[in-house]
Structure formats: structure tokens, C-alpha cells
Design a protein around this ligand. Structure first.
Ligand code: CAO
Length: 430
């Protein structure tokens, strides 16, 4: 028979984040085995199993907030132990380790708590939520002891989990390279702590997990890659006429043909002619990896923030297939159903704000890509044809590229080529 296991006293009246699940449905667990790791504003907490048995159902997931008494999983078989005394916290953080007054049979033993700082200001002043970092309490203790910001450590463990060896390797690397500040001998000044309430009424709300991860990635990419953004315009009058003609036929197949599908095709043709745009710098910084595949990341706007699913082998897919896949990933993104794999392996990225509006913008490169194409809303403009002005539909393009890899002239040539491809529909269909 299965018994619901409830969360014992976490020592906090506030809900706490589940930052790691150590078991899955079907796992056999022994008494005392860690089921999950939580993180409150004072501590990381390992929740042990109250008994041996088989996990029949998980009632929670990573990222969810839970509080004392919540049902966390259903455990089948094994002998359920009677009330357990409160376990002692592993380390200080006594305040977080309030003793449970009573421990009902179905409650897990008191969680193992170790202190941890959830928000770790780095020397550069960039803050990182430790809830986004997978590391056990012992690793967090070691990092704290050595003054290491875990957000900077390269994780080699399963699902990007940081091990003690990773922390040691990070410290060793810093000691051997002698690097204490950002290259160039300067470090970024940190942001002062500001009490915003002193200026008027405010409301504070937590950033979503996606927003926090995005902010780390964008800050890193913005700082690491010297960005240049090249602007250009493509005359898509004929392309749009074709798209409108074909749309009805596509709609019968349940497919919406937006300009983005043609732009993806045009980008791949341009990438074939300019392979250095479909590339990455390797980890040594000494080699350029040219990709022979065309996996295009598409920035998708969701209520929780920006995600970038990848559409693979765009060169091998028809307009119909691409339109279908684009619609599928957009829905998956907005329903939070994308897996980590769905968002890996892009060789180039497109960010389209064409459905919203605006003219040009400066997209941030999605490293390790070396370039990103920003697309804005097309509009009718008077274009001089040599004898008179003609109303033409013009699409604004904004290409940001990594100047370490791509020269200004190449950036301009890539955009000119892209505009040519989009300007003559035969280029894309033949
Ligand atoms: N010019 C004019 N109209 C355009 C257009 C363009 N460049 N691009 C799309 N449109 C039109 C479409 O044809 C569609 O019109 P109808 O509803 O009349 O058929 C409408 O705008 C909405 O399109 P869409 O946005 O639903 O579809 P899409 O294929 O163009 O884009 C997706 C899909 C997922 C990229 C988009 O929904 C999205 O999330 N965009 C935001 C990406 C973002 O936030 N980028 C910023 C990241 S920071 O670099």
C-alpha cells in the first residue's frame, strides 16, 4: 500500500524552493536516503526518506515552492517508521531548524539543513540566485569556505550538477592563471544597495526562474563577445504577395505560413555562402568550429520570459515542415514543455519581433553562436526605382555579430546577401 509522505518542519514559515529531486518514480529508496533538496532564504535542506520503499508517485517538481506539511510523494511498500525525533541541523542556521512539535507517521524525518546564501553577490557585482545552481550542501559549504561564486563554476556532473572537484578545479584555474579581475586589469564596479522605498511606494516580486537564467546568460554574452550590429532592409513585396497567395493552401493543411519561415530559409542560404556565421569559437579561444549543420534557434516570447528552442536541419525541411515545427515549438515554449535538449545545439539564432512592431534593435548574441539576426515589422515605404517612387514592403534587419570572428565588411556582405535572397522569392524556392 502506498502512503503519502509529507514535508516535515522546514523551520521556515515561508514556502521554500525545491532545487533538486534525487529520486524518480519507480526508484527503490532506503530509509534516510535523500529524496530532495530544498532551499529556503537561510539554508539548503536535504529531505530524507522516512522509510524504505518504492516511489510510486512524485507530487512535486523542481522549481516548485513547498511548505511544511505539503504532500511531496507517495511511497509504496517498506516499513513505515514511527515518529522520528527532530534531526540536528548539519551546521549552524539554528533558526531554520526549528523542531517539529509532533511528527505524524507519514511525515519524513526532519530535514538535514546546512546554511547557504541564496543570493551570492559576485566580486563583479552580478548577483545569482543559488536556486538556479545544482550543488549539494557539502559543495555549497566548500564554495562558501573558499569564497567561490558557484555561478562561475563549470559543472561536470549529471544535469549540470556541481561537484567538489569542480569547485577545486575552478580555484586551481584562478590560482594558476593569476586572474583576479576581468581581463584588461579592471573589474566592474558593483551596484550599490539602494532602498527604493525611500523614493515612493514600491512592490517587490520575485523574478521567474527563466528570467534569472536569461539574465545570467545575457550578461555573460554581452560582456564576452564584442558586439557590432549591422542594420539593413529587405524588399519583401514579392515574397509577401507569394506568401499571401499560398497562405490559404497552407491553412487547409492547418499550417500558418508567417514571414519567419521564409526568413529561416533565406538565413540558411546566406549561411552556406558565409560559413563563418554558422560557427563557434572553441573553449581554448584558438579555433573556429565551422558547423556543417543548420540548426536555427528561434527566440520565443513567453509570459515567464525569453526561451530559445532550436529547429534542426532547416536546410533539409520544406516550408510546410518548418511552419508546422515553428508553431509546435512556440506552443511548447509557452506551455513550459520544452526540454533542455529542445534548446541545445543552435548554430545561428533569429529573434523576430515582426509580429509586434518597432523598427530596428540590437539583439544580444546567443553564445556560443557568433551571430544573431533581429527581424522587425515590415512596412510600406516609398522606394525610388530610377524614375519614380514605388510603394514597397520593406523588412528591417538587425544583425549582431561577434567582432572577434566576423569583420565589419563580412557583416555588411551577409546582410546584403540576405536582403537579396528575401527580395527574390525564386532564390528561396529553387
Ligand atoms: N512583419 C510584418 N508582420 C509580421 C512579421 C514581420 N516581420 N512577422 C510576423 N508577422 C505577422 C504574422 O504574419 C502574423 O500575422 P497574422 O496574425 O495576420 O497572420 C503576426 O505577425 C503574428 O506572427 P507570430 O509572431 O505569431 O508568428 P511568427 O512566426 O512571426 O513568430 C515567434 C513566432 C515564436 C518567433 C513569435 O511569436 C515570438 O515569440 N516573437 C518574440 C521573440 C522575442 O521576444 N524576441 C526578442 C528577444 S531579445 O533579442
Amino acid at each position: 500500500m502506498a502512503t503519502d509522505i509529507h514535508l516535515p518542519d522546514t523551520g521556515s514559515t515561508n514556502p521554500v524552493d525545491i532545487i533538486e529531486l534525487h529520486v524518480k518514480v519507480g526508484d527503490e529508496v532506503s530509509e534516510g536516503q535523500t529524496l530532495m533538496t530544498l532551499e529556503s532564504d537561510k539554508a539548503t535542506i536535504d529531505v530524507p526518506s522516512p522509510a524504505a520503499g518504492k516511489i510510486e508517485k512524485l507530487l512535486v517538481k523542481v522549481g516548485q515552492k513547498v511548505k511544511t506539511g505539503d504532500a511531496i510523494l507517495s511511497l509504496a511498500g517498506g516499513e513505515q517508521k514511527a515518529a522520528q525525533p527532530a534531526a540536528k541541523p548539519v551546521e549552524a542556521a539554528q533558526t531554520a531548524a526549528a523542531k517539529p512539535t509532533e511528527t505524524p507517521v507519514e511525515k519524513a524525518p526532519a530535514p538535514q539543513i546546512s546554511e547557504a546564501k541564496p543570493i551570492t553577490p559576485s566580486p563583479e557585482g552580478v548577483t545569482t540566485s543559488s536556486a538556479d545552481i545544482l550543488a549539494g550542501p557539502a559543495v555549497r559549504r566548500l564554495a562558501r569556505l573558499l569564497g567561490v561564486d558557484l555561478s562561475k563554476v563549470n559543472a561536470t556532473g549529471e544535469r549540470n550538477r556541481i561537484s567538489k572537484d569542480d569547485v577545486k578545479a575552478y580555484v586551481k584555474n584562478i590560482l594558476t592563471s593569476g586572474a583576479t579581475t576581468a581581463s584588461g586589469g579592471f573589474s566592474l564596479p558593483s551596484m550599490p544597495v539602494i532602498d527604493f522605498a525611500q523614493f515612493g511606494a514600491i512592490e517587490s516580486s520575485p523574478l521567474s526562474r527563466i528570467k534569472k537564467l536569461t539574465s545570467q546568460n545575457l550578461s555573460r554574452n554581452w560582456l564576452l563577445a564584442p558586439h557590432v550590429t549591422q542594420f539593413d532592409e529587405a524588399d519583401i513585396t514579392d515574397l509577401e504577395a507569394f506568401r499571401k497567395r499560398e497562405s490559404a493552401r497552407f491553412e487547409k493543411q492547418g499550417v500558418k505560413l508567417t514571414p519567419l519561415v521564409f526568413i529561416m530559409k533565406a538565413v540558411v542560404s546566406a549561411l552556406k555562402e558565409f560559413p563563418q556565421f554558422n560557427a563557434s569559437i572553441d573553449h581554448t579561444g584558438d579555433n573556429l568550429i565551422l558547423k556543417k549543420h543548420y540548426h536555427i534557434g528561434i527566440a520565443v516570447d513567453t509570459p515567464d520570459g525569453l526561451v530559445v528552442p532550436v529547429i534542426r536541419n532547416v536546410d533539409q525541411k520544406s516550408l510546410t515542415e518548418l511552419a508546422k515545427e515553428l508553431a509546435e515549438v512556440s506552443v511548447k515554449a509557452r506551455e513550459k514543455k520544452l526540454s533542455a535538449q529542445d534548446m541545445q545545439g543552435s548554430s545561428f539564432t533569429i529573434s523576430s519581433l515582426g509580429g509586434i512592431g518597432g523598427k530596428f534593435f540590437t539583439p544580444i548574441i546567443n553564445l556560443p553562436n557568433v551571430a544573431i539576426l533581429g527581424v522587425s515589422k515590415s512596412s510600406i515605404k516609398p522606394i525610388y526605382d530610377g524614375s519614380q517612387f514605388q510603394p514597397r514592403l520593406i523588412l528591417p534587419l538587425s544583425l549582431s555579430y561577434d567582432h572577434r570572428v566576423i569583420d565589419g565588411a563580412e557583416g555588411a556582405r551577409f546582410c546584403v546577401k540576405l536582403a537579396q535572397l528575401l527580395g527574390d522569392i525564386r532564390n528561396l524556392l529553387l
